[in-house]
Design a protein around this ligand. Structure first.
Ligand SMILES: Cc1ncc(COP(=O)(O)O)c(C=O)c1O
Length: 484
């Protein structure tokens, strides 16, 4: 049968609308898929380009597809209002506590490195489209040019060219000025967080974290003998400023560790006006902010909000960045904008790790300078967005109806609230046995909240194995929820 019937009394554009809608309903076109270009579609089904355009515009009006500038038309995921977001963190107020649950974190990490597992447990966005060839080419050029110098120690503060490139990116993307000599290159974002925490706090101090928060922060707080206090978040804006105010009034908080852009696991970003309010509130209380900004470049819409750093008057905000999420986790290159703590940071960096790998720094510096980094990000973000929409659609299809799903605006993870009966630790054990890794909700809280939550990563090339993994999880969550 022909796709369109020119003898039918139905308008041709309506027939094209029906054709695309049928394909979406049958699953032949998935959320995130790009529709054929106007020219290609017109050629394929033998109708004019204006007719195809009229059909695509109608599908956009019906909110079934979305046009993206200079890119084309894409099948939409579920409209935001059809996704019920996970419930806010908790209603009871929290108190400072030592972190528990390190042994479950160990098991989660072991699971990640088991060969062949479906890797839903690791947040590794750039692996959706690895830039290995381009980076290797750059590194080869650097090795040929730098000769023996590429084997040398880097300065403790980091290679000057890379620090200048990082400072220039802040100027270029958010119009903010950073002194390259206030940037210390680190072994990934994790070392930046560690150095910052050690510079501003000591054993027994109270550190405020978002609830839920990135488990790596909790491991640091625990390793340094500090106490964590959770602050409530809201699923649209991240940290709740009113909850934070109450916490600051009631407890002797030394520092806050918050992700302002794309918190992990919620995947939300704090609006810019709230960042200013946050910094003013903390400065009024004499509390330091350690800002985790490792996902800053990965908002789907490409707009990079100003880090809280730029609202600080006193230099009491330290911002941690990294190239792990955007280009090469194995290079272990991150950075710390150290504010007034730069001297302590340099001493700490020298005593712990001397400096970070020079060859990786020279390679990244060149990758940024040539514009390759920005070009790569432009291809990475739509890929991640497409996967986010596919994963949300599959969760909606295969998980029990009561499941609530976050609506990430960037990055590579979604956060799911499962029916109450589901214990995420038990689900983790079952899934690992079936060759699937997940991040159980318990590890995102210092006191094992979020028992019926999980975090899933969509930062991998989409494949049948990924789809089967989601189907498996959905089936098993449904069985546990039904008491089977
Ligand atoms: C929120 C957050 N901060 C920091 C890090 C650590 O980054 P890196 O791999 O650069 O050490 C991660 C890594 O998962 C993360 O998710």
């Amino acid at each position: 049968m022909l796709a369109v019937d020119k003898d039918s009394s139905d308008y041709l554009y309506r027939q094209v609308v029906d054709l695309i809608s049928d394909n979406i309903e049958s699953g032949a076109l998935m959320p995130g898929d790009r529709l054929p270009s106007l020219r290609r579609m017109s050629h394929r089904i033998g109708v004019s380009i204006p007719t195809v355009r009229q059909a695509y515009v109608e599908l956009e009006r019906q909110r079934r597809v979305q046009s993206r500038p200079q890119s084309g038309f894409y099948v939409r995921g579920l409209p935001t209002n059809e996704l019920v977001r996970p419930s806010p963190a908790f209603r009871r107020s929290a108190r400072p506590i030592p972190v528990i649950g390190r042994s479950l974190m160990d098991r989660v990490y072991d699971g990640l490195y088991t060969p062949g597992v479906v890797p839903f447990g690791i947040a590794n966005p750039c692996m959706v489209k690895p830039a290995a060839k381009a980076l290797h080419r750059t590194m080869k050029r650097i090795m040929a040019r730098a000769q023996e110098r590429s084997l040398a120690y880097a300065p403790t503060l980091g290679e000057a060219g890379l620090r200048r490139q990082i400072a220039y990116r802040y100027l270029d993307t958010v119009g903010g000025k950073i002194d390259p000599d206030n940037i210390c290159i680190t072994n990934g974002g994790q070392e930046a967080l560690l150095l910052a925490l050690q510079a501003v706090a000591g054993k027994g101090d109270v550190i405020a974290v978002e609830s839920p928060t990135y488990h790596g922060l909790l491991e640091l707080i625990d390793s340094l003998g500090m106490l964590a206090i959770e602050v409530e978040t809201c699923p649209e804006e991240g940290i709740s400023l009113s909850a934070l105010r109450k916490t600051l009034e009631a407890h002797p908080v030394k520092a806050c560790m918050f992700a302002t852009t794309l918190s992990n696991p919620l995947g939300v970003s704090m609006p810019e006006e709230m960042r200013q309010e946050l910094v003013e509130m903390l400065e009024a209380h004499g509390v330091v902010l350690i800002e985790d900004d490792v996902y800053g470049d990965l908002l789907f819409d490409g707009h990079r909000p100003k880090p809280a750093e730029f609202y600080s008057r006193s230099g009491s905000v330290l911002t941690c960045g990294s190239f792990s999420k955007t280009i090469a986790p194995g290079y272990r290159i991150g950075w710390l904008i150290a504010g007034q703590y730069i001297d302590q940071i340099v001493q700490l960096k020298r005593s712990f790790s001397c400096s970070s790998g020079l060859l990786q720094q020279l390679t990244l510096s060149e990758f940024l300078a040539t514009g390759d980094y920005d070009r790569y990000l432009k291809t990475l973000r739509p890929e991640l967005q497409c996967n986010a929409e596919r994963m949300s659609a599959m969760v909606a299809q295969h998980f029990p109806r009561e499941t609530r799903t976050s609506k990430p605006v960037g990055g590579s993870v979604i956060w799911l609230e499962l029916p109450e009966k589901v214990d995420s630790e038990m689900l983790f054990d079952l899934a690992i046995e079936a060759g699937i890794s997940i991040a159980p909700g318990l590890i995102f809280s210092p006191c094992n909240r979020y028992r019926n939550f999980i975090r899933l990563s969509f930062g991998h090339p989409w494949s049948r194995q990924i789809e089967e993994g989601i189907e498996w999880l959905g089936r098993n969550v449904a069985a546990i929820a039904a008491g089977n």
